[in-house]
Design a protein around this ligand. Structure first.
Ligand code: HEC
Ligand code: CU
Length: 320
């Protein structure tokens, strides 16, 4: 309570389980409150009895087996099974399959970023992105969550409960945003040094805007338009970035790091940790380890100079 009143617990905000915007998150929210108030009621009862036992005038009334049977056997029998049944019923609702023909998104956790693959009825429409998930508002979307290395956990508190991302196995989750907006997701299972910096953004928008976004993401990367960006592309292709990153429409087809085909359109960099702007982008390219020590993206401080990093950033920024 002290934390709550002190403002440490946010009741709104992009990552608050206390501000649900989907039926699933709403279930989790109701369950939490019912469990919370149930516990409060039991705590109050126990405290009252405790005080009475110590200070009450007719304390002997609490003596004897009756009290033990009432408080120790009957009360738990009456209080716990209904809560259990309620929780199990809600849990079943959370696992309900999405409707036939729902949009499918495959999310793969990597140390320490998220790969996001969109699957459409026509495989030619599929595309891959990273660290950002866009959803059409009001539609149930099937999300298949897996991992490339260790166990991660996929959690967008305003939209759904947590689900484990396990190597070699896909867990299913339904996301249905009932409001447009931007929500934050976070890896919720300690997965190594940069676990904290393994976040992502979920953007829910009206169907048309979603279609327009998907059409943009489906396209190969645009050609660089300025001299600086052209220099950037040349450096990008010659500095080994292509070993790990894909930029569709160029020879870069690496799969170790995030797909960068439309990295310029994303809100954040380095898995939801930094705002996406040219200065940050250049700084990251130059010295990723400074921001995310231990990540699979090497530092390039010794490989090239700041102007080169800036030209690569200028190129990547154009990849809207
Ligand atoms: C050895 C593989 C590897 C090489 C080489 C590499 N990267 Fe990366 N890169 C990664 C990985 C892995 C990540 C994600 C790391 C993380 O945040 O945990 C990443 C992240 C990034 C990001 C942030 C992407 C996002 O969506 O937030 C950018 C931009 C980037 N790399 C650009 C480059 C550029 C430019 C080069 C070449 C100068 C390069 N990378 C070379 C593996 C690599
Ligand atoms: Cu993780």
């Amino acid at each position: 309570m002290a934390l709550g009143f002190g403002g440490c617990v946010r009741f709104d905000g992009v990552q608050s389980a206390l501000a649900p915007v989907s039926p699933e998150a709403d279930h989790v929210f109701s369950l939490s409150w019912i469990m919370f108030w149930g516990s409060v009621a039991i705590l109050v009862l126990v405290m009252v009895l405790g005080f009475y036992a110590v200070f009450g005038r007719r304390r002997p009334a609490l003596d004897g087996n009756k009290m033990v049977i009432a408080g120790g056997v009957l009360l738990p029998l009456l209080a716990l099974p209904p809560l259990l049944v309620y929780a199990l019923a809600l849990g079943d609702g959370l696992r309900a399959p999405p409707p036939e023909g729902a949009l499918r998104i495959e999310v793969t956790g990597h140390q320490w970023w998220w790969e996001v693959r969109y699957r459409f009825p026509d495989a030619g429409d599929d595309f891959t992105t990273a660290n950002e998930i866009h959803l059409p508002v009001g539609q149930a979307v099937e999300v298949l969550v897996t991992s490339n290395d260790v166990i991660h956990s996929f959690w967008v508190p305003r939209l759904a409960g947590k689900i484990d991302a396990m190597p070699g196995h896909a867990n299913r989750l339904t996301l249905k945003a009932e409001e447009a907006g931007e929500f934050r997701g976070q890896c919720a299972e300690f997965c190594g040094a940069q676990h904290t910096h393994m976040a992502f953004v979920v953007v829910a928008k009206p169907q048309e805007a979603f279609e327009a976004w998907a059409a943009g993401q489906r396209k190969p990367a645009r050609q660089p338009s300025s001299t600086e960006a052209r220099r950037g592309l040349a450096a990008f292709l010659s500095q080994g970035c292509v070993e790990c990153h894909t930029v569709r429409g160029t020879p870069a087809s690496g799969r170790i790091g995030p797909d960068l085909t439309h990295v310029g359109s994303r809100r954040t960099l380095a898995a939801g940790t930094l705002d996406n702007n040219s200065a940050t982008l250049a700084a990251l390219i130059r010295d990723y380890q400074e921001f995310k020590p231990g990540a699979d993206m090497p530092s390039h401080k010794d490989a090239f100079d700041q102007p080169t990093a800036e030209s690569i950033a200028a190129y990547l920024e154009e990849l809207q």
